[in-house]
Design a protein around this ligand. Structure first.
Ligand SMILES: [Zn+2]
Length: 125
């Protein structure tokens, strides 16, 4: 039932990898800061007794952040629309990997029937 420690360890690994990537792609100073926070996270994770750590709310908030695209805060999906008749769209749900085929071009909004996540909605009226 307790995965707080794992959360710390996972975030530390993510941060260390991110740090390495940033130091290669952006600059070494920024990468070092991110990498260091990863190491600190790792140390906290390793030394955290199981009683303390993230609250259940924080754990719940953690999960969707992995599934969402880092910039848009949306679920990942992929839509392929056929070029010729019959027109249909093939929709791949990122979070659950369900592949669905719907008639016609890309719909204005779409909710995955498998996991009930709304993959997109067209905000323009
Ligand atoms: Zn789904």
């Amino acid at each position: 039932m307790n995965n707080r420690r794992e959360n710390f360890l996972i975030s530390s690994i993510v941060l260390i990898i991110l740090g390495a990537m940033i130091s290669l792609a952006v600059n070494i100073g920024m990468g070092a800061v991110v990498g260091l926070s990863g190491i600190i996270c790792f140390v906290i994770g390793m030394s955290t007794p199981s009683e303390m750590g993230l609250s259940p709310e924080a754990v719940a908030a953690w999960t969707p952040s992995i599934e969402r695209l880092p910039d848009a805060g949306r679920f990942m999906y992929r839509v392929d629309v056929t070029m010729d008749e019959p027109i249909y769209s093939t929709i791949l749900c990122g979070p659950c990997g369900n592949l669905e085929r719907v008639e016609g071009p890309k719909p204005d909004e779409y909710t995955c029937p498998e996991c009930n996540r709304q993959l997109w909605v067209n905000e323009e009226e």
